[in-house]
Design a binder for this molecule. Structure first.
Ligand SMILES: Cc1cc2nc3c(=O)[nH]c(=O)nc-3n(C[C@H](O)[C@H](O)[C@H](O)COP(=O)(O)OP(=O)(O)OC[C@H]3O[C@@H](n4cnc5c(N)ncnc54)[C@H](O)[C@@H]3O)c2cc1C
Length: 390
């Protein structure tokens, strides 16, 4: 029996199943892979095989036919066991949603099954060095070349390109009627001629890496453009459709990470004794952890609300809730990671205890995929009716 404030039994069972699977890997596996230059391919393919990765993809294309709330639950449970997978935000949630909603039948048949089972992961590339947060200023262009397209440009901080079969690239294409450049989405194979990528050394402890991508006159067939190949009008709508899933997933990534940090800290302060009693006895440590518990639960609740609104088809209300959830979750994760380090004392900085490594990953949640400031801009403008500030 479910009420408005609890998830369905099915969703709870999904969480338990994913948590069990992820426990078989755990933080040790994740950090070992990260520090040795390894990948999380076994874990990725296993969640794919069990149908968790593509739980939100339509059944006729190899998925589970569920919603964003389901795939967000999977992402959160993996992170809560110490395996935060950024590519879950990108491949099934952003790319899977955009293609499920706007791809032609042929495109869905071609791309969705591999996204669902993890064998053909799709990365997502919008960020550019000069445009940054202001994605209206991207300069990657797509020009028509007979029936096909030629893409040229540069992208930065693109996650998981080395593990992806394709990248969903946002480029500006010339409108046949007006001559104006409009954003369009193209699926580009990572082995296409002229498509190159180099890793960016990041401080995040994760097997998933970020890349600079060079797109040098990459030739693509006409149907690389998502949707109807004659229609370059749809790109903006497609792009916006990916935003709410992206935010809901990023929030779940953060709440999962926060739960992991809090679990570690709580277990530690129950055991560690310094003044003849467990250090969790002292309110100086207990209260910040209790605060984190409250902040995480609040962020989870808002994330579930955003997912429920999105899955019910209310994109507008989901937009506000998804932004708020993403903000609250990133803040909760940053504080939980910091408090977990503090609770561990010197051990909090060691690789052995693996807590300090959470700091940068949690911190990235305040920047990507949308920054804290842009969320505050959104809420100021849309929720409070303040003038646009950017
Ligand atoms: C770990 C990681 C993974 C990523 N993965 C991907 C990916 O897979 N695909 C992809 O396309 N991108 C990816 N990104 C890029 C990410 O989306 C961008 O870093 C993010 O959108 C911010 O852009 P920027 O880094 O250029 O910062 P900038 O735009 O240079 O902004 C710098 C700072 O200024 C603030 N700022 C800018 N404008 C305003 C304003 N008007 N008002 C207030 N503050 C403002 C920003 O909030 C930020 O704090 C990733 C980034 C990271 C860190």
């Amino acid at each position: 029996m479910s009420t408005a404030y609890t998830e369905t039994e099915e969703r709870q069972a999904l969480r338990q199943a994913v948590a069990k699977l992820a426990s078989g890997y755990g933080r040790e596996y994740f950090t070992k892979q990260a520090r040795s230059g390894g990948k999380t391919t076994e874990l990725w393919l296993e969640i794919g095989k069990h149908g968790y990765l593509g739980v939100n993809i339509p059944e006729e294309y190899g998925g589970g036919g569920g919603g964003i709330g389901d795939v967000a639950a999977v992402c959160e449970e993996l992170a809560a066991k110490g395996c935060p997978l950024l590519m879950m935000v990108v491949s099934p949630a952003i790319c899977g949603t955009v293609i499920s909603r706007f791809g032609t039948v042929e495109q869905k048949q071609r791309w969705l099954p591999g996204i669902a089972d993890g064998t053909r992961t799709m990365a997502f590339a919008i960020t550019e060095p000069d445009a940054g947060t202001n994605s209206h200023n991207i300069t990657t262009t797509a020009r028509r070349d007979g029936e096909g397209w030629v893409l040229k440009g540069r992208k930065i901080y693109i996650s998981g390109v080395d593990e992806a079969a394709n990248v969903l690239v946002v480029a500006r294409a010339e409108d046949a009627r007006t001559g104006k450049l409009k954003p369009c989405l193209f699926v580009v194979p990572t082995d296409a001629e002229g498509f190159e990528f180099t890793p960016i050394p990041m401080e995040i402890v994760s097997p998933e890496q970020q890349f600079t991508v060079f797109i040098d006159d990459v030739r693509l067939p006409g149907d690389a453009l998502v949707g109807d190949s004659a229609n370059t009008d749809a790109g903006l709508v497609q792009l916006f459709a990916g935003l709410n899933p992206e935010r809901i997933m990023a929030a779940s990534f953060s709440t999962g990470l926060a739960r992991y940090a809090l679990d570690k800290a709580t277990a530690y302060v129950k055991e560690r004794e310094v003044f003849g009693a467990p250090i969790g006895t002292h309110q100086g440590l207990a209260h910040p952890l209790a605060q984190s518990k409250i902040e995480i639960e609040l962020a989870r609740l808002m994330t579930q609300k955003a997912a429920a609104l999105y899955d019910a088809g209310d994109d507008l209300a989901a937009g506000e809730a998804a932004n708020m959830a993403k903000y609250a979750a990133a803040e909760a994760a940053c504080d939980a990671a910091d408090r977990a380090v503090q609770a561990h004392g010197g051990n909090g900085i060691t690789q052995e205890y693996g807590v300090a490594g959470l700091l940068v990953a949690a911190r990235a949640g305040r920047i990507a995929p949308v920054s804290r400031e842009m969320i505050l801009n959104y809420v100021g403008m849309h929720s409070l009716g303040l003038p646009k500030s950017y």
